[in-house]
Design a binder for this molecule. Structure first.
Ligand SMILES: Nc1ncnc2c1ncn2[C@@H]1O[C@H](COP(=O)(O)OP(=O)(O)OP(=O)(O)O)[C@@H](O)[C@H]1O
Length: 250
């Protein structure tokens, strides 16, 4: 079977900070239906690469294509409108609103072009049904009326994902979604991501290696700004090179 065309395709992406080459001619793609994990030691360039893809950092060289369209000249907002979704290391929900109110914002943002007139969304009853559906997909329908400030850390992560998915992105960049979740939270969130990937392929940046090995269809290993290995979880685990440069246990 021919491979499906990538949803996101990064080629030759580079970023230099003075003498330091943070990303060095990175090639990476995300195909429909997959979770592609990006791992690497501290300082490898993962955050820099994500910031370049999302548009917070301009690249020195290279191209980024989303569904075939070159997006690297677009602003962060224009990339989001083109279908580049993202979650952050720190959650970005509105703490004073309920889970439902937050989900309604995301549903409304999709209808009106991302986060316009957002405070009014909470009063628009037409948004309730799709917002409840978004919450239900992420096991939060029972918590709809709870203020986001009173949700557990794991629930806030779920809410943030529900909001990102409600925007129906073509691809989702996940920046350490398991951070701070603890043993009890990683499993449920992993189940949710597994359920989401058929519809929304993801680039997963994650330090929790058990979660990476469970979830990733492909793993790319970044070291000193370069992709030094790419393969399945089994191939990464079996690689002496990866052990040496990443795990430091060769
Ligand atoms: N704005 C900046 N100015 C100068 N150097 C930077 C800047 N941002 C990142 N760097 C450097 O670029 C390199 C890559 O950093 P980056 O944060 O992308 O790595 P990372 O793989 O995300 O690390 P971690 O896993 O610790 O988050 C590091 O050496 C870092 O110090």
């Amino acid at each position: 079977m021919a491979e499906a065309a990538p949803v996101l395709e990064v080629s030759g992406l580079s970023k230099r900070f003075g003498a330091l080459i943070a990303t060095d001619a990175v090639d990476l793609d995300i195909r429909p239906g997959e979770i592609h994990a990006l791992i690497g030691p501290n300082g490898a360039g993962k955050s820099t690469l994500v910031a370049q893809i999302a548009g917070q950092l301009a690249q020195d060289a290279g191209e980024i294509r989303l569904a075939g369209q070159e997006i690297s000249g677009l602003s962060v907002a224009a990339r989001a409108r083109a279908g580049l979704g993202r979650t952050f290391q720190v959650t970005s929900v509105a703490l004073e609103l309920s889970a439902l109110g937050n989900a309604m914002l995301a549903v409304q943002a999709r209808a009106s072009g991302l986060w316009g007139f957002w405070r009014r969304a909470a009063a628009d009853r037409r948004l309730i049904e799709p917002a409840m559906a978004a919450l239900a997909r992420f096991d939060l329908d029972g918590r709809a009326q709870v203020p986001a400030a009173a949700l557990s850390h794991g629930e806030r992560r779920q809410l943030e994902l529900a909001m990102a998915a409600a925007l129906a992105p073509r691809v989702l960049l996940l920046d350490e979604p398991m951070a701070g979740l603890g043993a009890g939270g990683v499993g449920p969130l992993s189940d949710i991501l597994e359920g989401l990937k058929a519809e929304t392929p993801m680039l997963l940046i994650e330090h929790d290696m058990d979660a990476v090995f469970r979830l990733a269809d492909r793993i790319s290993v970044l070291a000193e700004g370069r992709i030094v290995f790419a393969g399945s979880a089994a191939e990464v685990q079996a690689s002496a090179l990866v052990r040496e440069i990443y795990l430091g246990t060769a």
